[in-house]
Design a protein around this ligand. Structure first.
Ligand code: ADP
Ligand code: ZN
Length: 195
């Protein structure tokens, strides 16, 4: 994967997208490591599901990690950003932040920072995932990765949600109490959403 933004002297936005298991976090960590080798200061964030602000890690399913700050929202992210000097801002799981994250990326890129986001471009229904398509539109570089379809072994662009082993329904709530849930990568043909 060519890191064209490494050659840019201007601020910029890169976004790494694709389904679960596509290697988005792996690619984000690779770009962060290269930036660090180039003596750039990197600040990394991910959304925090519970309320506490804490030190955490960007985790790839292949076991690679990079330390980050887990924040509840962009306000918390900005309070860290405002107290630090940095060159590169990395945000993993960007789909879980609200609309304000778009403005944060734009403003910091306008101020000369390199922004690298990573996130799901589609939800389990195969529909555009909240802020991600909007960041894709304003980014200098979009890196769209595929996983391997767990049914037919071709490149997978979608995330299959399974509830008790069966394809989830379109109307299923995001949190299903008491159900056994799992996700797998699937291609367009094998991806199923029960209407
Ligand atoms: P993402 O951030 O896109 O969910 P990760 O970087 O966490 O992806 O994980 C990528 C790793 O997941 C791959 O290097 C591979 O070892 C593993 N993996 C597990 N299942 C699959 C799959 N179906 N297709 C591709 N890689 C997979
Ligand atoms: Zn398939």
């Amino acid at each position: 994967m060519v890191d064209i933004m490494e050659y840019s002297k201007n601020g910029s936005i890169e976004i790494i997208v694709g389904p679960m298991y596509a290697g988005k976090s792996e690619e984000l960590i690779r770009r962060i490591n290269r930036a660090k080798i180039a003596d750039l200061k990197v600040l990394a964030f991910k959304p925090r599901i519970d309320k506490r602000y804490s030190k955490d890690c960007i985790d790839s399913h292949n076991g690679k990690q990079f330390p980050c700050v887990a924040v509840e929202n962009t306000e918390e992210m900005m309070s860290v950003i405002n107290n630090e000097n940095f060159d590169v801002l990395a945000i993993d799981e960007v789909q879980f932040f609200g609309e304000e994250v778009i403005e944060v990326c734009q403003e910091l890129a306008d101020r000369g920072k390199r922004i690298i986001c990573s996130g799901l471009d589609m939800d389990f229904r195969g529909e555009p995932f909240e802020v991600v398509p909007k960041i894709m539109a304003i980014a200098e570089q979009v890196i769209k990765l595929t996983a391997i379809c767990m049914v037919c072994k071709t490149p997978a662009t979608r995330t299959q949600r399974l509830v008790n082993g069966q394809p989830a329904k379109y109307s299923d709530p995001i949190i299903l109490v008491g159900a056994l849930e799992s996700y797998e990568a699937r291609c367009r043909n094998c991806h199923q959403v029960i209407k």
